[in-house]
Design a protein around this ligand. Structure first.
Ligand code: PLP
Length: 388
């Protein structure tokens, strides 16, 4: 099947919810991908921050294949080793007390929303269910997480949305003004990903944390995209110096397999008990085995490599023509340009570089293991396209 046939088949049978780029991803190594007809791409996208160690990573493959050879799924009615091992590892590395596993970012956030409401119900009774999120945020595509998403453009067609959400300006004053007696939680991304790779101001975040603690409003940090080493610390909240009550993550956690995790810290550790929440696939042993392989390698050395690669990419991109500014943290990089981002991304693709967009910016999310050679090859193409 050549590319034109593939495109035709996809268009005929797949619900048209995606405005796909004109490339087939077939195989690859690290941050170098190939289509079946042999065209090569440098990957500055990681499948949207998912393939933490690129593709075809030996250690990850071994861990996943070994688990597939034992049992691929057991359900949460029984005990499995990879799940317990991963939960222990997540708690050990973060100070979290308990973990709930699901299959995606949206589900990890659904779980956080349910937990925040239950925590408040347990402490204060009915009515204290309001959750404040930020303008320009993105928390997922399910009904509850769409309701939590602070973008007007996403709040159409599917009415009624879930009630109990409001959207604050991304400052302490904005958040405080949006909180009332009925507020049970504030939920935020520390670097808004889909919203344009915008990092929040650490002082505003610290003040928000203090205010939330005073009012017993839970602080939920959505680390679906920022998590698992992406921003140069294991989780972005660690470099903001805050202690959240709930953290959600997914994308890069299992290195390419669907896995979501909701982390509960001291205050929320006992919020859920048997029957309060569940998932058939959540915490699938193959996905968990992949995640153990990923997490066990996100150590101090790797994180300092991520920071070094970030500085390298940012320096070179900052000097390119038609670049207005570079935003983000670690290997989550936004590039504000004088050109149309989608057109630049399409042109890069033609020349063999995969980049993403976020709002009017380019968004770069290379695998954490991207090599110097791959970075240089990608930068060369980006520079050519931006110079055109
Ligand atoms: C991608 C993303 C989500 C949704 O994750 P899915 O796995 O697509 O459900 C939620 N929050 C943030 C911050 C994200 O980047």
């Amino acid at each position: 099947m050549d590319f034109q046939e593939l495109k035709k088949k996809d268009g005929a049978y797949i619900a048209g919810t995606y405005n796909r780029f004109a490339a087939e991803i077939y195989e690859g190594e690290g941050a170098t991908l190939r289509s079946e007809d042999g065209k090569e791409y440098i990957d500055f996208g990681s499948g949207i921050a998912v393939n933490s160690f690129g593709v075809n990573d030996k250690e990850w493959k071994q861990a996943v294949i070994a688990q597939i050879g034992r049992v691929q799924h057991a359900s949460n009615l029984y005990f499995t080793r990879p799940q317990a091992e991963l939960a222990e590892m997540l708690c050990g590395k973060t100070g979290a007390r308990k973990v709930f596993f699901s299959n995606s970012g949206a589900e990890a956030n659904e779980c956080a929303i349910k937990a925040a409401r239950k925590y408040s119900f347990d402490q204060y009774g009915e009515g204290r269910y309001h959750i404040v999120t930020l303008k320009n945020s993105f928390h997922g595509r399910t009904m509850a997480t769409l309701s939590a998403t602070g973008q007007e453009a996403m709040h159409k067609y599917f009415m009624p949305f879930l009630q109990g959400f409001s959207y604050a300006d991304p400052t302490f004053e904005g958040i405080r003004a949006a909180c009332g007696d009925g507020t049970c939680a504030v939920m935020l991304e520390l670097v808004q990903g889909e919203g344009g790779v915008v990092a929040l101001d650490p002082d505003e975040v610290k003040k928000t944390e203090r205010f939330c603690k005073e009012k017993d409003i839970l602080l939920i940090v959505d680390e679906v995209q920022t998590g698992n080493g992406r921003t140069g610390t294991l989780y972005a909240y660690m470099q903001y110096g805050i202690a959240p009550d709930i953290v959600t993550t997914a994308k890069g956690l299992a290195g390419g397999l669907p896995l979501g995790a909701t982390l509960f810290y001291d205050k929320t550790e006992h919020t859920f008990s048997a029957g309060d929440h569940g998932s058939t696939f959540g915490g699938n042993p193959v996905a968990c085995a992949g995640a153990v392989s990923v997490l066990s390698r996100i150590d101090r050395d790797l994180l300092s490599e991520v920071q070094g690669k970030s500085a390298y990419l940012r320096t070179y991109i900052g000097r390119m023509p038609n670049v207005r500014g570079v935003s983000g943290l670690g290997l989550m990089i936004g590039v504000e340009i004088e050109k149309n981002a989608r057109e630049v991304a399409e042109r890069c693709l033609e020349k063999g570089l995969i980049v993403l967009t976020a709002k009017s910016k380019l968004r770069l999310l290379p695998p954490l293991c991207v090599s110097k050679g791959e970075m240089d090859a990608g930068l060369k193409i980006l520079n050519e396209v931006l110079s055109e």
